[in-house]
Design a protein around this ligand. Structure first.
Ligand SMILES: CC(=O)N[C@@H](CCC[C@H](N)C(=O)O)C(=O)O
Length: 377
């Protein structure tokens, strides 16, 4: 039994109101549990993991286990949509569509809880996709090892594509990622006596600007990479020279080799800045996600299915520099991720992101039919 469109929309809006940071998705987790508790329990086994869940649907005559993963966390974005169901958590927003992802996963789960599938299904409600990453530790859990799927799939909303569009490709879909923080520490002082201080606003500005020369001068132009500094914090007042600067950034690369190259160059550049500005530069590495690599055979079967489906439009995707810790699953288990068109004026991570809810039932119907068709083999 598929939820009605109204139920799906209500569920999505409930999630939209309560975005939470990674590993603190307490209300979200409770909302998921409530929804699952209302489903028939006969074929379900639920195992909580941190704020997430593994939920197994027992197949009637299983010859395989298929994994379906959704992420559940929100982002530190001040929502500016003005929607009546806008975030009730100040400073947080579902600005990456995880409210859609959860709704679609629960709708699929509800269907298979009512109509027992032939094969086993493992639904994974994963915390902390936006960081520090829930996929890798989830995979290390005993329950995942016990219920390990034979193959897996997941989707991500895409506001740049029309509702009704599904897009993916074989091989590389999303980049390798690496978070990093730079901590610069020098000597503060009076704005009028710069020669007696080591100004960390100036030092960090040089560093941030120089980082881009790694992309333009160190990376082979036929490969590609991105460095984005998303946050800088420094200084207290206009007439006090700042004694520290802290920045947060992320690296994206197409190849694993380029990631190593960028990281080494950041370290080298830190040493150079430290010398020229007589300050301390500490580079702290955050989590790194493996690339999302779609298995050729698995994704081709999905692409062929979608191309033959008159209700959706298939578009061959290009690679994107987005990251996704679903890449950890795909590094060990064959499978794929695809983009779901949700049509919107604003892009992912923007405070006015407003994906069209009409995409939800389309995704549920398509994935439900695809999974069912894969179970007949
Ligand atoms: C789909 C998406 O937007 N994913 C995030 C993943 C973030 C990874 C990590 N926090 C980092 O910034 O490196 C993205 O920003 O691409």
């Amino acid at each position: 039994m598929i939820y009605s469109d109204d139920v799906m929309i209500e569920l999505r809006r409930d999630f939209h109101k309560i975005p939470e940071p990674g590993f603190e998705e307490f209300k979200t987790s409770a909302r998921i549990k409530k929804q699952v508790d209302d489903m028939p329990q006969e074929y379900l086994t639920i195992e909580p993991w941190e704020t997430g869940y593994f939920i197994k649907v027992q197949g009637s005559n299983p010859s395989q286990t298929i994994g379906y993963r959704t992420d559940i966390d929100g982002l530190p974005v001040d929502e500016k949509t003005g929607l009546p169901f806008a975030s009730e958590h100040e400073g947080f927003m579902h600005a990456c569509g995880h409210d859609f992802h959860m709704t679609i996963a629960l709708s699929l789960l509800n269907h298979f809880a009512h109509e027992q599938p032939k094969d086993n299904l493992l639904f994974i409600f994963q915390p902390a996709e936006e960081g520090p990453g829930g996929a890798e530790p989830m995979m290390q859990s005993a329950i995942f090892k016990q219920w390990k799927p034979d193959w897996m799939m997941a989707l991500h909303v895409d506001p740049l594509r029309q509702v009704g569009t599904i897009s993916t490709k074989p091989g590389l879909l999303f980049a390798n990622t690496g978070e990093f923080n730079l901590h610069l520490e020098g000597k503060g002082g009076h704005a009028a006596f710069p020669h007696d201080a080591n100004d960390m606003v100036v030092a960090s500005s040089y560093m941030v600007t120089q980082l881009q020369s790694i992309i333009s001068r160190r990376i082979n132009p036929l490969d590609s990479a991105v460095i984005t500094i998303g946050k800088i914090e420094s200084g207290k007042k206009e007439n006090i020279i700042a004694d520290r600067a802290d920045t947060e950034g992320t690296i994206r690369t197409r190849s694993k080799e380029a990631m190593q190259l960028v990281k080494q160059n950041i370290l080298d550049m830190g040493e150079g800045i430290s010398k020229s500005f007589q300050c301390n530069v500490d580079v702290e590495w955050g989590s790194s996600y493996k690339q999302v690599w779609n298995d050729e055979a698995r994704v081709s079967s999905f692409m062929n299915f979608v191309e033959a489906d008159p209700n959706v439009q298939f578009e061959l995707s290009k690679e994107a520099m987005t990251g996704e810790d679903f890449g950890f699953f795909l590094d060990e288990i064959p499978g794929f991720m695809f983009w779901l068109g949700v049509d919107g004026e604003a892009g992912l991570h923007e405070p006015t992101l407003n994906p069209k809810e009409a995409a939800i039932p389309i995704a549920v119907e398509t994935v439900k039919n695809y999974l069912t068709s894969e179970m007949k083999r």
